[in-house]
Design a protein around this ligand. Structure first.
Ligand code: NAD
Ligand code: TDX
Length: 340
């Protein structure tokens, strides 16, 4: 079995590669990644010498490079994690999101059609459903919730999902889609809420909370997401969408307070800054379908997962320090420098 994992030098893709090489030591895993600002080869350090692992630097929009890789590897399965993934960046520069997230998905699926494939899996997001009101805790996203996106990021992901389903209907491509809630865990890029707050708190820097910090996200430990994708690519029904989430809703401010408490830092570091444009209020997944059909359940409780994650950042400065000292500094200054 050969699996091409795109975007495998990023947060979730790398954790998926670790999971697959551990659970299926006989599988060949080929990582295709452009190494954008969000992709780091150092993330893949511990698997780089595994004889069943290969890394290829390429852009999923580069048709020639993608076709060449399919010719060389003749993959059975493609799992597409490659994406521009940060909502704030999509508000600054939407175009790259359309390019990678939509066109890149089409190129990968064209390669799957041309060379034949057992499964193409699209890693999507709960953000395609838009948001839920804060005062209706009884409402959840199901796979039948209409797509209703808010940001250029989520719109590009929803477009890709529609394209994937159209390749199933029109060309009979054997596809599946997973729509997961917010992940957290090791190798999460420092621009995202949890790592950003951990890293800033460690340096006694302000903790920039958007708006009033009352927006709610449904957090899932990254390894639980990886297990869900593993189940879907092996046992999921072709043409189907599976929501993935662990019924773990938390407001942003509560998360930031947990981080302060764990690190022994004062809550006075919390700084309320201007809100994200179009900021989604609440995400909450109904994971009934994947539970019933594939027996998936989350295994990591948030209380344990967040401690494990914070510990990982404490012990892995050598991973994140080089990242925040490079181009990231300019990004941080641009996004937070003048923000009030
Ligand atoms: P990430 O930003 O950490 O990693 C993205 C990876 O894709 C990087 O390694 C980057 O180099 C690579 N990449 C970007 N453009 C590329 C291109 N054109 N060609 C090849 N590689 C390219 O993202 P993540 O948080 O790991 O998210 C992975 C996927 O999961 C994304 O599709 C995202 O939409 C989805 N998702 C993320 C979350 C979350 O909470 N992070 C939740 C649900 C779904
Ligand atoms: O500095 C910050 N302050 C703050 O209050 C940052 C970076 C974020 N926030 C808020 C915005 C959100 O309500 O925290 C929440 C989480 O923000 P992000 O970490 O940027 O994640 P989110 O926008 O929820 O999107 C994430 O989950 C769904 C991923 O980045 C997406 O790729 C995924 O699809």
């Amino acid at each position: 079995m050969t699996i091409i994992v795109t975007g495998g030098a990023g947060f979730i893709g790398s954790n998926f590669i670790f999971h697959m090489l551990e659970v299926y030591p006989e599988y060949r895993i080929v990582c295709l990644d452009k190494l954008t600002y969000a992709g780091n080869l150092s993330t893949l350090e511990k698997v780089k010498d595994n004889k069943n692992f290969r890394f290829v630097k390429a852009d999923i929009c580069d048709r020639q490079a993608v076709y060449k890789l399919f010719e060389e590897e003749n993959p059975d399965i493609v799992v597409n994690f490659a994406a521009e993934s940060h909502v704030d960046r999509s508000i600054e520069t939407p175009e790259i999101f359309l390019q990678t997230n939509i066109i890149g998905t089409a190129v990968l699926m064209d390669a799957c059609r041309k060379y034949g494939i057992k499964r193409y899996h699209q890693v999507s997001t709960d953000e395609v459903y838009g948001d839920l009101p804060l005062d209706r805790p009884d409402l959840f996203f199901t796979e039948n919730t209409p797509l209703h996106t808010s940001s250029p990021y989520s719109s590009s992901k929803a477009s890709a999902d529609l394209l994937v389903l159209s390749y199933y209907r029109t060309f009979g491509l054997p596809v599946t889609i997973s729509r997961c809630s917010n992940n957290y865990g090791p190798y999460h890029f420092p621009e995202k809420l949890i790592p950003l707050m951990v890293i800033n708190a460690l340096a006694n820097k302000p903790l920039p909370v958007y708006g009033e910090g009352l927006n709610v996200r449904d957090w899932l430990y990254v390894e639980d997401h990886c297990r869900a994708i593993d189940l879907i690519i092996h046992n999921g029904r072709v043409g189907e969408v599976y929501n993935v989430g662990g019924h773990n809703e938390m407001s942003n401010i509560d998360i930031v307070k947990i981080i302060c408490k764990t690190l022994g830092k004062p809550e006075s570091l919390i700084t309320y800054v201007s809100d994200r444009k179009g900021h989604d209020l609440r995400y909450a997944i109904d994971p009934e379908k994947i539970h019933k059909e594939l027996g998936w359940l989350p295994e990591t409780k948030f209380a344990d997962g967040i401690q494990r994650t914070i510990k990982w950042y404490l012990e892995n400065e050598n991973w994140w320090k080089p990242i925040i000292s490079g181009e990231y500094r300019n990004y941080y200054e641009k996004m937070y420098g003048k923000r009030e």
